[in-house]
Design a binder for this molecule. Structure first.
Ligand code: IMP
Length: 504
């Protein structure tokens, strides 16, 4: 006979946090949101981490390079979706890694024989106003000078003229030699009041450009998540089919974190994939797995698959119809509590801490706060990020409001990419996700900032200054339906819903 667990599936919405003692030191500026993303030995302390406990879902409608850049700058990380070709996923990772290295590899280069018209076309294509003039117009060849938007006027100069009469020749540039530190390069820019510093090798070939604006940029994003070379951090998803080939291309492109992405990760497929990846890449990469919803699955993932972090959540996603289609899943709060409990038990037994990620179904800032209080080290969100300016889709206007398309990875729309590649897709008979729209919510940085301010404020109310303290000290209570009503605004008239007075 089937085992009926004596348990009711609960959601985050059913819980409220109780305030703890807030002392004078419990102020937002003292709160740190740094959180682990890689398994670590408790006696050694955190290794791989996020500065902000948010990651974006590995979905076509969510995690493209633009969003990855915006999120890393706010301290989190995107997981670039794997429902695309290996080349295109690796290219997206490359784009993030190249975005702002401090040392930027120039992708706007021209030969001295090019015309101003060519320069203009390149500027429009790349959006970069500084063009390196190199011997043959390629990267990593001898640098002859720099052409910037200040050197010619689009509507005044004859665009058929050659750039050679316009660019600043290398003799007049301030340059640095390869190996210079970012600090020294920045100091040179400051000392000579320059916007851009070319870095060349011993033969005078262009290696990198360092920009003044990047220095200022960096200062306006104090939580920015970067690697050892000051490049933005980015993650990417893997499937359990072409994972070896895919992971090799992604690692080559500079990815920092990989995650085996499956709606049900409690499987031998995933354990085998994780073991093979670990054997090939060792500790060079952070490797996550999932999704799971129970303590036994957690044990399997950490002992058999030896993943660095575990993603929790089945059936709660906003576009997800897995529970309706297959009758499988678990209330997200119950899943997190069960897995967090097992994670803590495992840590006591072995001294190894495994971060867990709450994935899917977070529809408000309060739900994400409750998820973190219940033991999640970070949260993965799809809809939240799909709504932002930086998600990869175009805005549409409907009845005076702006929307963005958002579809599940288990929908036919997402699966279409592999129609001709994997025979399984051809046999697909049912969908696990829907194709929908979500309201447009503006720039990611603003939205994340509001969420972080609320999270820090709640942590201060609870009387904690870090997420690990939050896990240890948070006290939560279940709410009745009437408590939810009591917490709302049902007894007053909201101005925007009031009927105009018929007599006036
Ligand atoms: P959201 O934040 O509630 O929108 O949920 C996003 C999460 O839903 C993702 O991170 C995935 O775990 C999950 N998901 C994505 N696509 C599908 C799908 O088509 N069916 C079921 N779950 C999905």
């Amino acid at each position: 006979m089937a085992i009926i667990i004596d348990d009711v599936s609960h959601t985050f919405h059913e819980y409220l946090l109780l305030p703890g003692l807030t002392t004078k030191e419990h102020i937002a500026s003292n709160v740190t949101l740094k959180t682990p993303i890689q398994r670590y030995n408790l006696k050694d302390g955190i290794r791989g981490h996020l500065n902000t406990p948010f990651v974006s879902a590995a979905m076509q409608a969510v995690s493209g390079p633009e969003l990855a850049i915006a999120l890393a700058r706010k301290g989190g990380s995107a997981f670039i979706f794997c429902s695309q070709s290996i080349e295109s996923q690796a290219q997206m990772v490359r784009k993030v890694k190249e975005h702002k290295a401090g040392f930027v590899e120039s992708d706007s280069n021209l030969a001295p024989t090019a015309t101003l018209g060519d320069a203009l076309a390149l500027r429009r294509k790349t959006g970069h106003s500084t063009i390196a003039i190199t011997e043959n117009g390629g990267r990593n060849t001898k640098l002859l000078g720099l052409l910037t938007s200040k050197d010619f006027w689009e509507y005044k100069d004859d665009l058929t003229q050659c750039v050679s009469g316009f660019y600043t020749p290398r003799e007049k540039l301030v340059m640095a030699e390869e190996g210079v530190s970012l600090q020294d390069a920045t100091n040179l820019l400051w000392k000579h009041k320059k916007e851009c510093l070319p870095v060349v090798d011993k033969n005078g070939c262009l290696k990198f450009l360092v920009f003044r604006k990047d220095y200022f940029d960096h200062h306006s994003y104090p939580d920015e998540l970067t690697d050892g070379r000051k490049r933005l951090v980015v993650g990417a998803a893997l499937n359990t089919y072409d994972y070896m080939e895919r992971a090799s291309a992604l690692v080559e492109a500079g990815v920092d974190c990989l995650c085996l992405d499956s709606s049900d990760g409690y499987s031998e497929w995933q354990a085998e994939a994780a073991r093979q990846l670990r054997a090939k890449f060792g500790d060079k990469i952070v490797l996550g797995g999932g999704n799971i919803v129970s303590a036994d699955a957690f044990r399997y993932m950490v002992e058999k698959a030896e993943v660095d972090f575990v993603k929790v959540g089945i059936g709660g996603g906003s576009i997800c119809i897995t529970r309706e289609q297959k009758g499988i899943g678990r209330g997200q709060a119950s899943a997190i509590m069960d897995v967090a409990h097992e994670r803590n038990k495992y840590a006591r037994e072995t001294g190894i801490y495994i971060p867990i990620c709450s994935d899917g179904g977070l529809n408000s800032d309060t739900q994400m706060i409750v998820a973190l209080a219940m033991g999640a080290d970070f949260v993965m969100m799809g809809k939240y990020f799909a709504m932002t300016e930086e998600s990869p889709t175009a805005k549409i206007s409907y009845r005076g409001r702006l929307y963005k398309p958002y579809w599940g990875e288990g929908s036919n729309r997402a699966r279409n990419w592999q129609r001709y590649k994997q025979s399984e897709a051809a046999h697909l008979v049912f969908e696990e996700g829907v194709d929908a729209y979500v309201p447009y919510s503006g720039p990611l940085a603003d939205k994340v900032e509001v969420s972080l301010v609320k999270l820090k404020s709640t942590m201060c109310n609870v009387g904690v200054l870090s997420l690990s303290e939050f896990h240890d000290k948070a006290r939560l209570t279940r709410v009745s339906e009437m408590t939810v009503v009591e917490g709302g605004t049902s007894t007053v008239e909201m101005l925007d819903r009031m009927q105009p007075n018929s007599e006036s």
